[in-house]
Design a protein around this ligand. Structure first.
Ligand code: MN
Length: 249
């Protein structure tokens, strides 16, 4: 078998320490090429630049900075840098968890989904904001040693979250749900005009449902959540009679 081709990206930017840790972990599994945003593009989801040009600058051996989004990086990485489909697309290690509905906002997860759409095996990696990348690295290595043995169907990725401290093991998890508080903060600028700050300081409250990603990381485990791009609801599709009674002629 020829050497694996591994495309790396993130949403925290090319110079983020988490990306360097992921590159070290990935480098023992094949040829690693990094194409990442030239600045922090967190919470940009799967955004694609359709209305502005993109620049790509090589900043080192197999390292490229792009002024677009994480998804732009995956597309330029594949179409322009590698010129073929990579075996793996790895995204992260994000500074901060991507648990519950965070996956909809996350550029880290968006890039992994794009990698999968482009035909690669793909995973997103995130860590507790005070987590140690040094401690996380061997766990990511260990994940990458094993994940090819567990094939996922099309349009599925792995979303991996690492706890604070050394994990007690891997846990297969569901996506939890979470609530943010005081999400929009209104402030006033020095000219007395209001401005708004999204995110607040409080941080989210997770439901920590049994078997969920949040429960796993807050009990000290590495959470491994399979995610799907198809957001369809089989339980509602099974209610054809209800639908006909409601919406039928
Ligand atoms: Mn980020």
């Amino acid at each position: 078998m020829s050497e694996r081709l591994i495309l790396l990206t993130n949403d925290d930017g090319l110079w983020a320490p988490g990306l360097a840790a992921l590159a070290r972990a990935a480098s023992r599994f094949g040829r690693v090429v990094t194409v990442a945003p030239d600045r922090n593009r967190s919470a940009i989801s799967s955004a694609l630049s359709l209305h502005n040009i993109l620049r790509l600058n090589q900043v080192g051996p197999e390292r490229f900075a792009c002024d677009g989004t994480p998804v732009d990086c995956v597309l330029l990485g594949i179409c322009e840098v590698l010129k073929r489909q990579p075996d793996w697309v790895l995204s992260g290690i994000n500074h901060g968890f991507n648990l519950g509905e965070d996956v909809f906002y996350s550029g880290t997860v968006g890039a992994a989904f794009e990698g999968r759409l482009q035909g690669a095996r793909a995973a997103a990696f995130s860590i507790h904001p005070q987590g140690s990348l040094e401690e996380a690295e061997p766990w990511i290595q260990s994940f990458l040693e094993r994940w090819e043995a567990m094939e996922l169907p099309e349009n599925r990725i792995w979303n991996v979250n690492l706890p604070k401290g050394i994990p007690q093991g891997f846990k297969l998890t569901t996506q939890d749900s979470r609530a943010y508080h005081d999400l929009v903060e209104r402030r006033t600028d020095p000219r007395s005009t209001p401005y708004y700050w999204i995110g607040g300081d409080a941080g989210p409250t997770y439901a920590k449902a049994p078997g969920s990603d949040a429960e796993a990381v807050f009990s000290g485990h590495a959470s491994v959540t399979p995610l799907r791009l198809d957001l369809g609801c089989p339980e509602t599709l099974a209610r054809q009679a209800d639908f006909d009674a409601t919406f039928g002629a």
